[in-house]
Design a protein around this ligand. Structure first.
Ligand code: CA
Length: 230
């Protein structure tokens, strides 16, 4: 789980970064809207922690932009948790109306933040930072173990990375380019390392019925089995 932390307060940002990292999450920490925008385009984070009072503008501007975006790469559907000292009801509502998934008022204790992050991740991805499960296909991130209906499956590092990304974003179509860039660095220059090869091997190992090809676009793991029954 990769988290984009947008917070200009050095002490608070550092505390949050350390707490999340200790929970096994990757953290990209930026302190301005400009750097946040760049990170959103580049880092492919799974969840955003957004401070509102930033040196180059209001975090709500970024939230509005995110919620207007249409593609996965633009951050459509990205879960956002606002961290703000603005605690009046109207300010809190404007954050939630703006499309934030949750709102935490400063000062907060780190344990509260961690529990909100886990709850939001579970709601958004069915993932609490440790285990993701989709229709009997389970991935345990701390041990990198994958199983199908309780039967362990051995995956290569590339296959695991592909599967994890698809499972983390279940129900969302991931483009070939995004999958290649994020999970198979250097694949364009090396035919034997191509996405198709890894995808075929992965499907053979976990079985058909999990990864669906969206022709001309990419791949998706549906939360519900085709036909509507989980
Ligand atoms: Ca601030």
């Amino acid at each position: 789980m990769k988290i984009l932390l947008i917070e200009d307060d050095l002490d608070l940002g550092n505390g949050v970064r350390i707490a999340l990292t200790e929970q096994g999450m990757d953290v990209v920490w930026v302190r301005t809207l400009e750097d946040a925008t760049r990170s959103l385009e580049r880092d492919n984070c799974d969840l955003v922690l957004l401070d509102l009072g930033l040196p180059d503008g209001d975090g709500l501007q970024l939230l509005t932009k995110l919620r207007r975006s249409r593609t996965q790469a633009d951050g459509a559907g990205l879960p956002v948790l606002i961290l703000s000292a603005r605690d009046s009801v109207s300010e809190r509502l404007s954050g939630l109306d703006g499309g934030a998934d949750d709102y935490l008022v400063k000062p907060f204790v780190l344990a509260e933040l961690l529990s909100r992050v886990r709850a939001l991740a579970r709601r958004s991805y069915g993932f609490d930072g440790e285990t993701i499960e989709v229709r009997g296909l389970a991935l345990h991130a701390p041990t990198r173990r994958v199983s199908v209906a309780g039967r362990a499956v051995e995956l290569t590092a590339s296959e695991y990375a592909l599967l994890k990304m698809l499972m983390m974003r279940a129900d969302r179509v991931l483009t070939r380019r995004l999958l290649e860039e994020q999970t198979l660095p250097g694949s364009q220059t090396n035919a034997s390392n191509s996405l198709d090869v890894h995808m075929a091997n992965l499907r053979r190992k976990i079985g058909e019925g999990y990864i669906r090809t969206v022709r001309g676009v990419g791949y998706v793991i549906d939360l519900q089995a085709p036909g509507g029954h989980a």
